[in-house]
Design a protein around this ligand. Structure first.
Ligand SMILES: Cc1ncc(COP(=O)(O)O)c(C=O)c1O
Length: 398
């Protein structure tokens, strides 16, 4: 008798997400297979996590080797994988020091605490942080408060104070919101969950100049854009603007749960005891993240993301010219949204599922595509055929 995993899930798991009706059992590269053996092209990548593809050999080897050597040591002791990961990330970024944690929300939580400590130490107790409307920074109470989407906040009121939300892509809005209490501006270089919103040329440079003028810290949340997603190792490199603090997670571990925040030396305001984590910088996750980061660098994965992103854009443009119900495509690297002129995203996602393509329902009227950064032209061609089939079926009301 086959196990009914969907029934067991609804019996035992908290109902927090409307899952797509696919029980994924295994993956390889850009493809995954469900429990019935059906194959899919995975253009969700575990929510922009599997940057180097599913079951990547380099990561699997690193995990297996580390699991047989040492799984956990507290941060009271030195740990080789932690130091190796710190070195590779610092040496390949514009930041000087790192703290490693376990998720994107935790990375942002740490970056916010660091900014507040900086304000206490160097800016007369300034503590407010300006973030953008439609941003997404995580699910802890502090990152819910940082997130510029009221529907994530309302049910949890009262939430932490100290965040001001302004329009994205508007430097003047940041200027107008800046007060003596402001210590930092926190932005995603490209907003992911908020709609795949690409800033206008000059926006991030303008924000950088304002932060320099006012002595504010510029924090980039690169949880989704980091590690190659936009076609450069870090998103900030695509815009020629360096942050003072940067957060990472998602693609950092190639599939294992890990996050990090990095800072320029001058912004490292923490002192011993100010912050910490039992599992942060764990040897297993650091070994996997080191293998993944090295793979990304050795194989110039960001260059593939850039080239394949341009190729995907062409495919999406062709689909848009064939279907008048597609109103817009927008994106960069391998992070794309397809926007419809009606709320047909659930029907498109379901039809694409049947056609063998996994997509993320971003909005009722938009889907998000974020394949592994190792995706090939042939796989994109195949994905476009499956997307076309799904679109046709969804448009017929299927
Ligand atoms: C930009 C950004 N920041 C933070 C987060 C939260 O990361 P996590 O789910 O690992 O806590 C996400 C997750 O989607 C994200 O996209």
């Amino acid at each position: 008798m086959t196990t009914d995993w969907k029934a067991l899930e609804s019996k035992y798991y908290m109902f927090l997400v409307r899952r797509q009706p696919v029980v994924i059992e295994r993956g390889k590269g850009t493809r995954v297979w469900d429990v019935d053996g059906k194959e899919y092209l995975d253009f969700t990548s575990g929510w922009a996590v599997n940057n180097v593809g599913h079951a990547n050999e380099a990561i699997a080897d690193a995990i297996a080797k580390q699991a047989r050597t040492l799984l956990q040591t507290s941060n009271q002791f030195y740990s080789i994988p932690q130091i190796q990961l710190a070195q590779i990330l610092v040496e390949n970024s514009a930041l000087d020091k790192i703290f490693i944690c376990n998720s994107g929300a935790e990375a942002n939580e740490g970056a916010i605490k660091l900014a507040k400590k900086y304000g206490k130490k160097h800016k007369n107790g300034a503590f407010e942080i300006i973030t953008a409307l439609n941003s997404f920074h995580g699910r802890t109470m502090m990152t819910v408060a940082a997130t510029g989407q009221p529907h994530y906040q309302e049910i949890f009121q009262p939430i932490p104070v100290g965040f001001t939300h302004v329009d994205y892509d508007d430097v003047d809005a940041i200027k107008a919101a800046t007060t003596d209490r402001t210590v930092a501006v926190m932005l995603e270089p490209v907003q992911g969950e908020g709609g795949v919103n690409i800033p206008s040329a000059g926006y991030l440079k303008g924000v950088r100049a304002w932060c320099d003028e006012k002595g504010l810290l510029l924090i980039f949340d690169e949880v989704q854009t980091g590690l190659g997603r936009l076609g450069t190792l870090f998103g900030y490199q695509s815009f020629g603007v360096e942050p003072d603090i940067m957060t990472l997670a998602k693609g950092l571990g190639g599939g294992v749960p890990i996050g990090a925040f990095l800072a320029k030396d001058f912004a490292c305001a923490f002192e011993p005891g100010d912050h910490g984590s039992t599992f942060g910088g764990n040897v297993l996750t650091c070994a996997a993240a080191y293998a993944s980061t090295k793979y990304i660098l050795d194989n110039d994965v960001p260059a593939n993301a850039k080239a394949m992103g341009e190729y995907l854009q062409k495919g999406l443009n062709t689909l848009m010219s064939n279907h008048e119900f597609i109103s817009e495509i927008r994106g960069m690297g391998l992070l794309w949204a397809v926007v419809f002129n009606s709320d047909m995203s659930p029907a498109v996602v379901a039809a694409c599922n049947r056609a063998g393509l996994l997509l993320n329902p971003l909005r009722p009227n938009a889907v998000r595509l974020m394949p592994p950064l190792t995706v090939t032209r042939e796989e994109i061609d195949e994905a476009m055929e499956r997307l076309e089939a799904g679109l046709v079926e969804a448009a017929k009301g299927g």
